[in-house]
Design a protein around this ligand. Structure first.
Ligand code: NAD
Ligand code: HSO
Ligand code: ZN
Length: 433
């Protein structure tokens, strides 16, 4: 890990940089895949599945037989764990159901707002280096609670053409009916344009590597909504002397093991904290099965020592971490000033992986600094809000003259006429009676 002791503010921007793939290659690959899928549909999807996932498929549909087989392969304890996690995720997301808002803004003018589910949603479940079946729960359960009619799930197949059974089990548990063995850019392209077998959707959700994230951003340019750029996982731990180095390091490694392009940052208050963390890192890293991946991610990672609390807070808001673990004595000082973060975990006993799996919050979160402007996935993301209004005779007599004035000032006579004609009709009717 790079160590920066009391860096100057001018150095912060560089310290907050994330590792990135070379953009030109990334964009040209997205271009190529999208173009082919738009013109050749399933045929192109199968070709790219061969090229990028090394899987030769006849079609991408995961059928009922595979779902049943998966059910037998998943052990009882894992099923129970999935059910526990699902209950907590359901509880937290159900509580987010929006209320209808209704206001009589002026006498006879009633306005209200109702939330309606987005009808067709696509959920991307990462599966390149680890089968993230927890993501199925994080996306399909809120989609169901919101009332989305169609849920299309895409996830990459292994070289033998199969999907991890836990992904299939979680999908069945969450009530997903359309499951496709397609990953990466080709999955996002297929849900953007639609193919003979994979439906086009209104909005695409889900995290993924830099290929998936770049493809989602292209989909957004083509008119399909996306949840947010949720790319390589990252974590910032703010630790003072009260934080247990063993726990801190276990959290850092939990996100470092996601991918070589993940990044973890540890902000400490004193130089004395650095060595115990480095030592503990060596010990824990050596024991990890995904050591090679985590080691690469650790090369992109940093320990930053900032003795002043206000500097720590300002740096963290500048970095805008996807996950932010706060383990300090003066926790309220830090909490009051959280502005940019995807999800915050507080205290020695709140590991980040609780949010990844089972506490109930959503783990699909903005990365790469996008926490400055995007929320993580929540129930709202699966809905859109429609406004309604009903104006009575009294209502239009009341606000009509203001509308006429404003329309005249904007030089839009047809707008004015739509009011003037009604006011004239009502005034003559009222004169007669
Ligand atoms: N931000 C979040 O909320 C969040 C949540 C979970 C996971 N993640 C991140 O998701 C990512 C999962 O990545 P993953 O790779 O394991 O799975 P993935 O499913 O995102 O990507 C795998 C796909 O990438 C494509 N691909 C790989 N190399 C390619 C290349 N050279 N050219 C074109 N396409 C290529 C393949 O089609 C493959 O199917 C990790 O980076 C993890 O950190 C983020
Ligand atoms: N930490 C990931 C979000 O960045 C989510 C995840 C799924 N499984 C394990 N972790
Ligand atoms: Zn994780």
């Amino acid at each position: 890990m790079i160590v920066a002791i009391n860096p100057k503010r001018e150095e912060w921007e560089q310290l907050a940089e994330r590792p990135a793939l070379e953009q030109q290659n990334l964009q040209s690959t997205v271009d190529e895949v999208f173009k082919s899928i738009q013109s050749d549909g399933d045929k192109a999807v199968l070709e790219f599945t061969k090229r990028f996932d090394n899987a030769t498929l006849i079609n991408t549909v995961a059928g009922e037989e595979e779902l049943q087989y998966a059910d037998q392969l998943v052990g009882g304890e894992l099923k129970e764990a999935i059910e526990l996690a699902a209950k907590n995720i359901e509880a937290f997301h159900t509580a987010q159901k929006p209320q209808r808002v209704e206001v009589e803004t002026a006498p006879g003018v009633t306005c209200w707002q109702e939330a309606k589910a987005i009808q067709k949603v696509g959920i991307y479940i990462p599966g390149g280096t680890a089968p993230l079946f927890s993501t199925v729960l994080m996306l399909a359960l809120p989609a169901k609670i919101a009332g989305c009619k169609e849920i299309v799930l895409c996830t990459p197949p292994g070289p033998d053409g199969s999907i991890n059974p836990a992904i299939l089990f979680a999908a069945k548990y969450a009530g997903v009916k359309q499951i496709f063995k397609v990953g990466g850019i080709q999955a996002i392209g297929a849900m953007t344009f639609g193919t003979e077998s994979i439906p086009k959707v209104d909005k695409i959700f889900g995290p993924g590597n830099q290929y998936v994230t770049a493809a989602k951003q292209r989909a957004a340019q083509l008119g399909v909504a996306i949840d947010m750029p949720a790319g390589p996982s990252e974590l910032l731990v703010m630790a003072d002397e009260t934080a247990v180095p063993e726990f801190v390091v276990s959290d850092l490694l939990s996100q470092a093991e996601h991918g070589v392009d993940s990044q973890v940052i540890c902000v400490v208050k004193s130089e004395e904290q650095v060595e115990p963390i480095q030592k503990e890192l060596e010990i824990q890293l050596a024991l990890l099965p995904r050591k090679e991946i985590a080691e690469k991610a650790i090369e992109n990672s940093k320990i930053i020592c900032l003795p002043e609390d206000q500097d720590c807070v300002d740096f963290i808001n500048e970095y805008a971490p996807e996950h932010y673990i706060l383990c300090v004595q003066n926790e309220d000082f830090y909490l009051d000033q959280v502005i940019n973060a995807g999800s915050v975990f507080i205290g020695n006993y709140t590991p980040e992986s609780a949010g990844d799996y089972a506490s109930g919050t959503n783990h699909t979160l903005p990365t790469n600094g996008y926490a400055k402007s995007y929320s993580g996935v929540n129930l709202d993301a699966f809905m859109k809000k429609i406004t309604f209004q009903k104006i009575t005779e009294k209502g239009i007599l009341g606000i009509g003259p203001a509308i006429e004035q404003m329309a005249t000032a904007e030089q839009l006579d047809a707008h004015k006429n739509a009011v003037t004609k009604r006011l004239a009709y009502l005034n003559s009717k009222n004169l007669k009676s």
